[in-house]
Write a protein that binds this ligand. Structure first.
Ligand code: FE2
Length: 360
């Protein structure tokens, strides 16, 4: 099943006009497309934002009792669609369904004067869907029906974000292997790494994680499930407040994580705090890296090394009211892992926040 990469991520949100301002002003995205009443979209408003190769779509219902409104009522602002770019939507959809995927939208051809796009979608974990997008014959802003924003009405400089590195799903207890099999059966993805509950545990909680990736490595999907711990894990907290499985975080690559995180902090984005002792052991654990330890410590940036190189990463606090979706910023220098060496320090930082929320 040839998937080129991630075409876009669509979030269903309570108020897309205001959510768009947040991702523009705080995260440095540029508005490139819009659909709403003015463009003939009678039931939904959508803003399309881009930075580097990242494309986010923020969508809200315009009418009462709309499925998008119901989705938001149940899950809060949440990722609804992880869309894959394909060469042939009909073939990808037919093959996925033949291999056991549940269709949510049959293939359809949509056109406007800028060309033609072929779309379809299937169900994934929770209420998340995977769309197939075939856009080789399209030159418009995003999709037919969206008008182009030639210049953002709220211009902000970008913060150096380049691409989507990985998208993480949280699923229920005992469901991780089912979803790993789903991605392997339906898309021919392969397992990249596996950690047991043992490997990712703190004094209080534990989780298990497996990562699936497609043939060209551009799509990386870690899948987490809770594991038995002394107290409630961050995954349990997510599953409660998201009302079931869903996307836990989007990891976005930066060319200069220190500058990116500095800019995001100045714009009010809050990051998890890293316990001080973490940095005392860092050089010993990761070896020499050409970055100022003071910068990393000041900004709470974590570092990890695997056999292929090293990476730097940092995690925001949840971006909405509910302790569900958050954003990771990652800068890779060869390393192909996900910061396994940081999990303990990271989870302890998350547990401090969980405790403040009364959810530990
Ligand atoms: Fe991650």
């Amino acid at each position: 099943m040839p998937l080129h990469g991630i075409d876009h991520i669509e979030l269903y949100v309570g108020n897309s006009a205001q959510a768009a301002r947040f991702y523009e002003e705080a995260f440095g995205f540029q508005r490139v497309g819009y659909a709403g009443l003015e463009t003939g979209s009678r039931d939904r408003g959508s803003y399309v934002l881009e930075q580097g190769a990242i494309r986010l779509v923020l969508t809200s219902a315009l009418t009462p009792d709309h499925p998008i409104g119901h989705h938001v009522a149940r899950h809060g602002d949440a990722v609804k669609v992880v869309a894959f770019s394909v060469a042939d939507t009909h073939a990808a959809f037919d093959e996925a369904v033949r291999r056991g995927a549940r269709p949510t939208r049959e293939p359809r051809i949509v056109s406007d004067p800028d060309g033609t796009v072929v779309l379809a979608s299937i169900a994934a974990f929770g209420d998340v869907e995977h769309a197939f997008v075939q856009r080789d014959a399209y030159a418009g802003a995003f999709l037919p029906g969206y008008e182009r924003h030639r210049r953002s009405p709220h211009p902000t400089s970008d913060v150096g974000l380049l691409a989507i590195d990985h998208v993480v799903g949280n699923v229920g207890l005992g469901e991780m292997d089912h979803w790993v099999r789903f991605y392997s059966d339906v898309f021919g993805m392969t397992e990249l790494n596996a950690f047991t509950g043992e490997a990712i545990s703190t004094e209080y909680s534990a989780l298990m994680s497996k990562v699936v990736t497609n043939g060209n490595g551009r799509i990386k999907l870690p899948i987490n499930e809770p594991a038995e711990g002394r107290r409630r894990s961050q995954i349990d907290e997510f599953l409660e407040f998201n009302a079931g499985p869903g996307v836990q975080h989007l990891a976005l690559t930066s060319r200069d994580i220190v500058a990116t995180v500095q800019a995001l902090r100045e714009r009010g984005i809050e990051f998890l705090r890293t316990p001080g002792p973490y940095y005392e052991a860092l050089r010993q654990r990761v070896g020499e890296i050409p970055h100022s330890l003071d910068d990393l410590k000041r900004l709470g940036i974590l570092a990890d090394r695997d056999e292929d190189g090293y990476l730097l990463q940092v995690f925001t606090k949840p971006v909405g009211d509910r302790p569900t979706l958050f954003i990771e910023i990652i800068e890779r220098h060869g390393a192909r892992g996900f910061g396994q060496g940081n999990f303990k320090a990271l989870f302890e930082a998350i547990e401090q926040e969980q405790d403040r929320r009364g959810n530990l």
